[in-house]
Ligand binder design. Structure first.
Ligand code: NOJ
Length: 524
């Protein structure tokens, strides 16, 4: 597997740092906490950790409002502490990816403070300032993804500024070469520190229409959906000029050898694949989020796998994401039994998998009492926006301790359920054991890492496909239904099953049984 890059062979694990491990009793996870859990991650069998933002921030959007791009927030630790964490990770063979948030800064970033100080400040044009419309209202109809107008009136200078998210997150002006230069320095700062790559926040939103044209109404909008769905995002997302920016970020990373550029992009597959660039000079991996909203039906997933594989240019490396900090957890989306099937799917598909912390123990969405809601998106759009706190609850390390071994203090969000790493550790039938088995199987079978994916089919509730490399062929069958099923196969040996007692059994040529919610990997 040596001709592949590490990020093609490897598996990425996302850490939401506020919720992974607290080391100082303030109820918020931190870098020493992450460091203390790196051995766990190495033993789990992942290859890289992506840490959501840890930069100094007023935390209006929990770190996605950056006040200093080249430092660490004291809540999480120090820059030296981060370098130690990275050294520790590297000694264990783990890569470290940071979250790069270039679309917007915090309104407390010195750049914005300068920009808003006067109309003729040299940094005025670093952000998107516009005069009011003739009636004194916002310059156009653009809407914030956190609800309401995306324009905030500034009394001092008598103009509006644009914020795609919170008013505390003003959008930078990526048409300004100085902004590009400053952000390039940020990338270089962290690359010089030794980070192995970046997940780039809202990469598809960086450039807005130069003429600030109104977005057209969305004919598909239904009342109750988030506010910004009322409009098509024709002039606020996926603008053609964005690809030039992606290309220049990639060129910077390429100067540093084998580093990885991953883009957060919520677009249809045909639009998404353009972010690979021309002949692969764009992002290494535009995140493929299709599984996050997929209807959990064998034929739909089969179609999605086939269509994605066909849409990828030949230089593009695929990837799959099953969960993240912005979407309900997989175990809550599909149920605990099917979450095991989903684990087999994620780790046997072609392409780099990204796991979300806690999914390896089947964590479900937490229940958040109204007085403990933190997510600004939910607080600004109560009843409309599905809050993101439920999928951000603390990692459950030890069920027998108060607060699940996450903190000695009061956790910033409540603990979701009672299961824990400790409880599942020695249990061969646990979700954790299933993930460990899958990750080690992936590591030791070239077909799973670099094999083609063929014969993707759905028969009723059963999804099947093959992964082939050289003369190795693995047959994967997933029963996505609640009834027992049969599946046609060649003869072979069961290497892995979500029903663990079955491992080592023979599959016969012809019909083989699958239990409800059983997934198998068979060497045929
Ligand atoms: C995407 C991030 O994943 C999300 O958590 C955040 O609120 C927005 N970008 C704004 O940065």
């Amino acid at each position: 597997m040596s001709e592949l890059a590490w990020w093609q062979r490897g598996v990425i694990y996302q850490i939401y740092p506020r919720s992974f491990q607290d080391s100082n009793g303030d109820g918020i996870g931190d870098l020493p906490g992450i460091s203390a859990r790196l051995e766990y991650l190495a033993a789990l069998g992942v290859d890289a950790v992506w840490i959501s933002p840890i930069y100094p921030s007023p935390m209006a959007d929990f770190g996605y409002d950056v006040a200093d791009y080249c430092n660490i927030d004291p809540i999480f630790g120090t820059l030296d502490g981060f370098k130690q964490l990275m050294g520790h990770a590297h000694r264990l063979g783990l890569k470290v990816l940071l979250d790069f948030v270039p679309n917007h800064s915090s309104d407390r970033h010195p750049w914005f403070e300068e920009s808003r100080s006067s109309r003729d400040n040299p940094k005025r044009d670093w952000y998107l300032w516009r005069d009011p419309a003739p009636d004194g209202g916002p310059p156009n109809n653009w809407l914030s993804r956190m609800g309401g107008s995306a324009w905030k009136w500034d009394e001092v200078t008598g103009q509006y500024y644009f914020h795609a998210f919170l008013p505390e997150q003003p959008d930078l002006n990526w048409r300004n070469p100085q902004v590009r230069g400053a952000m390039d320095e940020v990338l270089r700062f962290w690359l010089d520190c030794g980070v192995d790559g970046f997940r780039v926040d809202v990469l598809w939103l960086l450039i807005k229409d130069a003429q600030f044209r109104d977005n057209p109404p969305n004919p598909g909008y239904r009342p109750g959906e988030p506010d910004h769905h009322r409009l098509l995002q024709s002039y606020t997302e996926d603008q053609p000029e964005v690809h030039d920016i992606v290309r220049s970020m990639r060129a910077t990373l390429d100067e540093y050898g084998e580093r990885v550029l991953i883009g957060e992009i919520y677009l249809s597959v045909p639009q998404l694949v353009k972010y690979y660039g021309v002949n692969g000079d764009g992002a290494h991996m535009p995140f493929n989020f299709q599984l996050l909203n997929a209807r959990w039906k064998a034929d739909e997933i089969a179609g999605m796998i086939r269509d994605y594989d066909i849409a990828l240019p030949e230089y593009a490396w695929p990837n799959w994401v099953l969960g993240n900090h912005d979407n309900p957890r997989v175990a809550s989306r599909v149920g605990t039994a099917q979450a095991r099937v989903a684990a087999v799917l994620l780790l046997t598909l072609r392409g780099t998998p990204t796991l979300y912390y806690g999914d390896e123990i089947g964590m479900t969405d937490g229940e958040i009492p109204p007085d403990r809601i933190h997510d600004p998106a939910e607080l600004r759009q109560p009843g409309i926006c599905q809050g993101r706190d439920p999928e951000r609850t603390p990692m459950q390390w030890d069920g027998s301790l108060p607060n699940a071994g996450f903190t000695d203090g009061r956790p910033w969000l409540p603990i979701a359920t009672t299961t824990s790493v400790r409880e599942q550790d020695g249990d061969r039938s646990s979700m954790l054991s299933l993930y460990r088995h899958l990750l080690s199987l992936r590591r030791s079978n070239a077909a799973l890492v670099q094999g083609a994916i063929d014969n993707v089919e759905a028969y009723g509730d059963v999804l099947t496909y093959e992964r082939r490399y050289g003369n190795q062929c693995l047959f994967i069958a997933l029963n996505m239904g609640v009834e027992d099923a049969t599946v046609q196969s060649r003869s072979g040996v069961v290497l892995l099953s979500t029903v663990s007692a079955r491992i080592g059994e023979n599959f016969v040529q012809g019909a083989n049984s699958l239990a409800a919610s059983e997934a198998v990997v068979v060497a045929v």
